[in-house]
Design a protein around this ligand. Structure first.
Ligand code: AMP
Ligand code: GLY
Length: 444
């Protein structure tokens, strides 16, 4: 049986991940038209993709666009529109949507909820406890208890606590100092802070297409989260990624899906919150086996940019089938991949992540593409006037993806293409996919 191919697809979002999704879907057989909202001028240069200036955060506006355009499928890129109920509104209007409801998106938006579901599902996560506003003494006591056992500590803000993020430390003093700041001013009836034991090992991302019941995994990828080489500097959204992972083969991915994604899907179904969408398991591969660090309810950025070029089967029909709640019975647990490797390097603006500088002219995008690299736009604008071209307009500006027979070749291609691009103050890491666990040599 051949599943239906959606002819017209609406992709919500406007960053590098959405550029990769739109590029991939527009290139598939039977897909005639991809609309990206709001998209960007850079995304609109992709063959088969047009952009619509509609706010992805506005459920009514998104439903109006999807209906007016008669789209067969909506694919939601970022988590914020999902949390805002865009998928709920589309489903209520009868538009097939690949992306979870707002209630199911809490797997990402509330770390306490994620722990609760994982525990009920028997999924291994770091030992943790959640604290509400006003529970400072209990939180400090928990920090002391972990510290007394020689365990490093992770502090995570629960819910939408703009910018507070995650602190990972081996210093009990630092954890004791910062824990109260996560609780200050927070409501006493909701989790505000999750304190976890620190796990050590290597991280890996396994993202699966889920239809509420079943999961089909995309190729595993690894993100480089810190700003600077050798994993120094602050955490960022991600400075580069690569796929495949020599230390996580297809058999390991299948075991990960069975131990993480499938039990989570079953528990969400049991709660009446079937999860349809991309379910991203951020894992720590510890000496005792994999443990879940976090769930995201979307694809990763920049992981998507290196994953999608490697998927060897059409994605559009799978996303539509999953949106309808029924992946085809023959869908493998691990989707087939191309043998080629992909390495993606993020080019960021000066001052990222705190205060990125905007408005600099970008040189060399065409030259990088002429080398055969994929260039995905994240924070660019089309410059008006004489020279035209692109200018910077965000923190992460571009992701440059090199492909090759193996990671060494893909890395060389990505480095070479990234070297061709320049603007004033451009920042990037030079060690993306350089030291790869499970790989004998450094991929210099
Ligand atoms: P999260 O937003 O939960 O993914 O956390 C962001 C980053 O913090 C992760 O990608 C890890 O690098 C790190 N991290 C989170 N939780 C832990 C943990 N329990 N142990 C060690 N590192 C962690
Ligand atoms: N690159 C990590 C994320 O998308 O959450």
């Amino acid at each position: 049986m051949h599943p239906d191919v959606p002819r017209r697809i609406l992709v919500l979002g406007g960053g590098g991940r959405e550029h990769a999704l739109a590029w991939r879907l527009a290139g598939e057989a039977g897909v005639e038209d991809v609309i990206c909202a709001p998209g960007s001028a850079g995304i609109a240069t992709t063959t088969g993709v047009r952009c619509a200036p509609v706010d992805a955060m506005d459920p009514a506006a998104v439903v109006a666009l999807a209906t007016a355009e008669g789209v067969d499928l909506v694919v939601v890129g970022p988590e914020a529109p999902l949390a805002a109920g865009v998928a709920d509104a589309l489903a209520a209007a009868g538009v097939p949507v690949f992306g979870p409801t707002s209630a199911a998106a809490r797997l990402e938006t509330s770390k306490a909820f994620c722990h609760e579901v994982a525990q009920a599902a028997g999924v291994r996560m770091a030992r943790a406890r959640a604290f509400r506003g006003g529970e400072d003494e209990a939180a400090l006591a928990y920090v002391r208890r972990l510290a007394a056992n020689g365990i490093g500590i992770v502090l995570k803000a629960d819910g939408l606590a703009a910018g507070k993020g995650v602190i990972v430390t081996d210093s009990p003093e630092m954890a004791l100092e910062y824990a109260p700041s996560f609780l200050a001013g927070r409501a006493t009836d909701q989790p505000a802070l999750v304190i976890e034991e620190r796990l050590t090992g290597t991280e890996a991302s396994v993202i699966a297409i889920c239809d509420g019941e079943r999961a089909a995994a995309l190729p595993a990828a690894r993100d480089h989260k810190r700003l600077c080489d050798d994993d120094r500097g602050p955490n960022t959204g991600g400075m580069g990624a690569y796929s495949p992972l020599p230390d996580v083969d297809d058999a390991s991915v299948a075991r990960i899906v069975a131990r993480f994604h499938e039990p989570i899907l079953a528990e969400m179904r049991r709660r009446g919150l079937p999860f349809r969408g991309f379910l991203y398991a951020g894992l720590m591969l510890t000496p005792d086996g994999p443990a879940l660090l976090e769930l995201n309810v979307r694809c990763g950025d920049p992981e998507t940019q290196v994953i999608l070029p490697r998927v060897a089967v059409p994605l559009a029909p799978l996303l539509l089938a999953a949106a309808r709640g029924s992946l085809p019975a023959e869908t493998p647990v691990v989707l087939p991949t191309t043998p080629e490797a992909a390495v993606g390097i993020v080019l960021a603006a000066h001052g990222y992540p705190q205060s990125p500088k905007r408005g600099d002219p970008i040189e060399g995008v065409d030259a990088a593409q002429a080398q055969g690299a994929l260039v995905f736009h994240a924070g660019t604008v089309a410059r008006q006037g004489a020279g035209g071209g692109w200018g910077t307009s965000g923190g992460r500006v571009l992701a440059v993806v090199g492909r090759g027979a193996g990671l060494a070749q893909a890395r060389a291609a990505a480095e070479h293409a990234a070297d061709a691009i320049h603007w004033d103050g451009v920042h990037r890491r030079r060690d993306i996919a350089l030291r790869v666990p499970g790989q004998a040599e450094v991929l210099a």
